[in-house]
Ligand binder design. Structure first.
Ligand code: ADP
Ligand code: MG
Length: 386
């Protein structure tokens, strides 16, 4: 039987000749709740999913770093001595950027050696499930071991983030790498984006017969980047006007004062972030006290807040959410930066095909391209596979 593990090992041998010495994997992630809270120093609750990126590795003695992927046509190679953010580009900036970032994080103390690396994955790329964190985390684990660097998983999450920020050039936070590295089966990672404190929170989806259905609308709007920047600017303006360092420092009880001090639009942006932080805390408490069947309303409220206050939804996302709810989902919301992308729905496992069918039908009826839907389960974080 062929699986990703053997496919990766076989492809490594085919490309580089001879077997790899180690095989690692790391998962993609989905964010259960906590949207646009990260850069406001608030809370997020992602989990690692059952889609993984595998990295097979073998040391080299000539100081070359060679990387190949089933996703890319050609292998890329560079002498380790020449690793620098400016020297990197394209897909190989992810794995080679991690090598550079690991060197930075260890101040050159690691026993750096050249390597051959092959990457293979079933995390969909660009579907909001963070294939980028999956490749960074798998490579970070593989190189940390090969170079005997001895970094813990929290430090490796920062290595992944450094690679993405500096080598790839994407100004992302540390949520995705934290989920990919710290995730556990049937559990989420509750991350405080100010202190970077991370806590594993049991979800209990398996026992309750629940899965999370991802509904990727395939919609991507040209103003997504501008819209994201505008929302960040509103949040910063709101925090300044309220005299706090970040919106994390505003509580739901402070909102009536905020309404008097802010213009209507800024107030609604602030209200989304402040109530979303509270919803993450409420979700963690509800999971603990009442279990996963009770969190649906919090997901629904998160969607309404993004649609009406933060104004980052689109008709396709609203339709996916509403249809999933009518077809039996316990809760649903858009996820990610907004202006397109995916929605998620918490669905009893025996209703999954019913919900998928209903969402497909509704999209057809509205003349929208059918979404790509797939259930995900909360799974183990990065690990050694061989
Ligand atoms: P996502 O939402 O999936 O994280 P990103 O744009 O952040 O989307 O990252 C996707 C990019 O990461 C790809 O375009 C590619 O450069 C790189 N990448 C992800 N997975 C792989 C892989 N298995 N092999 C090679 N490159 C990959
Ligand atoms: Mg990404």
């Amino acid at each position: 039987m062929s699986d990703l593990r053997t496919e990766t090992s076989e492809a490594f041998s085919a490309v580089f000749g001879g077997p790899a010495t180690a095989l690692w994997s790391a998962p993609g992630r989905v964010n259960l709740i906590g949207e646009h809270t990260d850069y406001n120093e608030g809370y997020v609750l992602p989990f690692a999913i059952d889609r993984r990126t595998f990295a097979a590795i073998r040391p080299r003695t000539d100081g070359m770093a060679r990387v190949a992927s089933s996703f890319a046509d050609e292998a890329v190679q560079l002498p380790l001595a020449e690793l620098a953010p400016e020297a990197l580009g394209g897909w190989s900036a992810y794995p080679l950027g991690v090598a550079w970032a690991l060197r930075e994080a260890t101040s050159g103390r690691a026993q750096e050696a050249g390597f051959d690396l092959f990457v293979h994955s079933d995390v969909p790329i660009g579907a909001g499930l963070s294939s980028s964190a999956a490749i960074e985390s798998a490579v970070a684990m593989a190189l940390d071991d090969l170079w005997d660097a001895g970094l813990d998983r929290r430090s490796l999450a920062r290595v992944g983030q450094l690679a993405e920020n500096k080598a790839v050039g994407a100004p992302t936070g540390i949520m995705d790498q934290s989920a990919s590295l710290l995730g556990e089966a049937d559990a989420a990672v509750f991350l405080d984006c100010r202190t970077l404190n991370a806590e594993v929170i049991p979800l209990g989806f398996d026992a309750a017969g629940l899965v999370l259905l991802v509904m990727d609308t395939g919609v991507s709007h040209s103003h997504a980047t501008g819209g994201y920047a505008a929302r960040r600017a509103s949040c910063e303006a709101g925090a300044r006007a309220l005299g706090v360092e970040a919106l994390r420092d505003v509580s739901v009880g402070d909102l009536s004062r905020a309404r008097d001090l802010l213009d209507d639009e800024t107030f609604r942006r602030v209200r989304h972030v402040v109530t979303e932080d509270q919803r993450v805390l409420d979700t963690v408490r509800t999971l603990h006290e009442r279990g996963p069947l009770a969190i649906g309303d919090l997901l629904d409220a998160s969607h309404r807040s993004m649609r009406d206050d933060f104004e980052i939804s689109v008709p396709e996302l609203d339709l996916a959410v509403e249809t999933a709810l009518s077809a039996g989902a316990l809760g649903a919301r858009m996820t990610g930066g907004g202006f397109g992308g995916a929605a998620i729905a918490l669905v009893p496992v025996d209703l999954v095909s019913q919900v998928e069918f209903a969402v497909d039908g509704a999209f057809l009826e509205h003349g929208y391209t059918a979404p790509t839907t797939f259930p995900v389960r909360a799974s183990a974080g990065a690990r050694r596979e061989g």
